[in-house]
Design a protein around this ligand. Structure first.
Ligand code: AP5
Ligand code: MG
Length: 187
């Protein structure tokens, strides 16, 4: 069974590629960002709390995110594989994920790292602001902050999975189909 993590900076293409792969292999696509944006749209308590952080490009606190992901994973049927997109993003999240998967006799099989240089990230997110109107894409300072937060708090996660030999490095520059084919060749 496939239990994949799609990893990369904001704008690296995690959502775009995870959606395609999830459809082809019938995997659950678990995007923590999408779940949080749905909560915001639904004006829930979780949404109201998350919005304060997301609008600034800051991470939502670990305990909130971990409880949210655990709730989603618990509801999956035993045979259902998944792609995590945007989680885990900190070392406490990695550790919590390990514990929750252990409980369900699951393990992360591979971590797909989509590697994209900063200027391309900024270009993609600035263009997406025009198309999707995401609050955190509209302001260059928030985009920059998300990239800084990624560099400081999220990149240590790479080391953790690299030591477990689970990390696969993918060049994230090129057409969406080219990148998808690179991913297909490793999963
Ligand atoms: P999240 O929703 O995860 O956003 P993000 O990390 O900022 O990443 P993006 O969704 O912007 O980028 P992506 O890699 O999915 O790229 P995409 O495929 O869309 O998180 C948002 C916020 O929620 C966080 O800031 C935080 O506050 C909170 N949050 C979420 N998870 C959390 C967690 N675990 N812990 C704490 N807080 C959390 O592509 C980007 C654009 O580029 C699109 O327009 C796309 O069409 C285009 N594109 C894609 N591929 C290509 C290509 N090959 N060539 C040209 N354009 C391309
Ligand atoms: Mg995304």
């Amino acid at each position: 069974m496939k239990h994949l993590v799609f990893f990369g900076a904001p704008g690296a293409g995690k959502g775009t590629q995870a959606k395609k792969l999830a459809e082809q292999f019938n995997l659950s696509h678990i995007s923590t960002g999408d779940v949080l944006r749905n909560e915001i749209a639904g004006l829930t308590e979780l949404g109201n709390l998350a919005k304060k952080y997301m609008d600034k490009g800051e991470l939502v606190p670990d305990d909130v995110i971990i409880a949210m992901v655990e709730h989603i994973i618990e509801k999956l049927s035993d045979q259902q594989g998944f792609i995590l997109d945007g989680f885990p993003r900190t070392i406490p999240q990695v550790e919590a994920l390990d514990i929750m998967l252990d409980k369900h006799n699951r393990q992360i099989t591979k971590v797909i790292f989509l590697d994209v240089p900063k200027q391309e990230l900024v270009n993609r997110l600035s263009s997406r602001a025009e198309i999707e109107g995401r609050a955190d894409d509209k302001d260059i300072n928030i985009i920059e902050n998300r990239i800084n937060v990624y560099n400081q708090k999220t990149t240590p996660v790479l080391d953790f999975y690299s030591k477990q030999n689970k990390l696969v490095h993918i060049n994230g520059i090129g057409t969406i189909d080219d990148i998808y084919n690179r991913i297909l060749s490793v999963v």
